[in-house]
Design a protein. Sequence first.
Length: 132
Amino acid sequence: QKILGIENFTKSNEKFVNLMENSSIYIDTTKLIKGIYQLIFSMPKKDRVVLGEKLFESCLNAMSYFQTAYTFKEKRVKYIDKYLFEFNKIITMLRLADSLKRIEQKQYVLLFEIIENIDNAIIAYRKSSMEE
C-alpha cells in the first residue's frame, strides 16, 4: 500500500509539473534563458563575464522564483514579486548591453519580444493571485 501511495504522489506530481511547464510564463522564461545563453557567446569576452553571467544568473533566479510561486499558493505573490525584481534586472542589463553596442540589434529585438510576452503574462498572474 505504501508503494501505491508513492505511485499516486508521483502521478499527481507529474501532472502538476506538466501544468507548470505548459504555462506561458514557464515556456517564455525558458525561451529567454536559452536566448540569453546564446547571446552570452556573441558578446566580447570581458562583457561575457561582467554582463553575460549576471544576465544568465538573473534568468535562472527568475525561473526558480516562478517555480516556487507556482508550487506554493500561500507564497505566490511574494515569489512573483521576486520574479519581477529579477525580470527588471534582466531588462535593465539588456538595455545597457544594447546601448553599449555589446549585442546585435536583432538579438535585442528578439529577446524583447519574449520579454513583452512574459511581462503581460506575469502581471496578469500576479493580479489573479492577489484575488485568490
